[in-house]
Design a protein. Sequence first.
Length: 563
Amino acid sequence: MPDWAKDADGHWALAYTGTIAFAVNRKRLKDVPRSWQALFASKARVMIGEVGRAAQSNAAVLAAAVALGGDETKLQPALVAFAQIAKDKRLIGTNATPALMERAEADVFLLWDFNALSYRAKLPNAADYEVLIPSDGSITSGYTTILNRWAPHPNAAMLAREYIFSDAGQMNLARGHARPIRIAQLPLPPDLKALLVPEAQYAKARALKPAVWTEEVKKLPRAWQREVLGAARSTTSTGPLPPPFPGASTSAGAPSPTAAAATISTAPPASLPTSSSSIDAAAEAAAAIAQAADPARKLVVLLADGLRADTARDYMGYLQALNEAGRAQWRSLRCELPSLSRPLYATVINGEPPLTHGILGNGQAGQQLAHHLFQRLDAQGVPAAVAAYHWFYELLAGEVFDPLRHRDAVPTGCGIQAARWYWEDDYPDSHLLADAEALRRAHLPVQGPSLLFIHPMGPDLAGHVHGGESTQYAMSARKLDMLLAQLLPRWQADGFDLLLTSDHGMNADRMHGGPLPVEREVPLVWVPHDGAVGLELPERQTGIADWILARLGIKDAMGGALA
């Protein structure tokens, strides 16, 4: 085994490796790019995946940097090269799958070699693709196994690992298109060699430096957002605005689509550095964007109940399109515990974890929050409108909701100009968003900061009825995304920004409340109307309330933390 692939004291060893490869559709490209230089000089559409989230995508950036003269600490050559592809609208930030390859959604897919080979093997049109290692350099990483010292049968685990490193085990890895760590010593038969990329192509590939990369990769998400996706940002979009929902028409008395401002994201972004020797320039660019942005904004906050981070990422195509175009910021955060609705409604608007604000369960009907962001709005004269589940009314008003009396009731001292509360979990998201849009148009001013707070229940209902891994749950996210595709252009044309997040996730067992990632990981999506995507997003759910107030020009913090 090579020294880089094992611990000097024997604590770990890599069983197989992955090297960044090109999967090239030869049917679409006459001239197959066999190097990074050739790829960047071509007109190929390139699918790199989710840089900043996926290790494979991050490694592809590093591999390009190495080939272009950089290294783990100098990614700038790769960022510049990918930025040009992004400007040409040829960079795709979706994680590759066999289905995407079969449909030729890109010309070149950047993948670990074993993924590229195994995906190709699953395709009916496998002959269309050539898998190769770029000749001017690539990056190799590896995979190890960890033995649990407290396992009830540790010797069984040791035997399993012994097999993995044996000739038979290493050849078995080769059958799965993985390059065995002992490939130099293996007598691979021709049929197994044919399943792998020829050995000679790995001449310029080198192992990444894990100690360095572990730290440097933390800088990559912001650099990618600013220097690559920012390069592709579209600042204008003209033409008539879509109706708020399919089949709807502009209401009487409302501005016509042609009379309304038909330009989206017209404010130019702050100037970005044109060159830099370090990806630290990304932080400077982000600061410039944030400084240039008007601190007092008009804001739509959409709290999608029960929406998991991975479900939003995988099924909300419109929001992902904005992300790929550099017009949105995405991240995920972990909700507070317990991961239940009423306690986390309170946390989002209050800035405190449930153990502090005291709303610990869904059954605390009529209990009032002592303080919350709507009180700050009232004190500063910032108007708000709310379309939300009736539990929000109870948190604000301190009384049990009565649908016959409180349907449109406005709690006092909250800065809320108008409200619409619903009490049935199956109230359609389409109806609620239409309610919210009516409130916005009727009650929020054209000028100055204001807040539209919307709380749809669709994902939570689908999760409780069908489970967090169900088709119905995924469809609820798709439907919400399609509704946003109708409404967001209107909001942005009127100068409103969008912050989308969720209270909690959803388990496959149709419940939530615990600490599992599927119950805690929620999306946080910032879509500004003016392209100011360099703002620092809150890292905890307790930071959302302060973040909202800051966007509305209210600097008086509530006690929630951004970190």
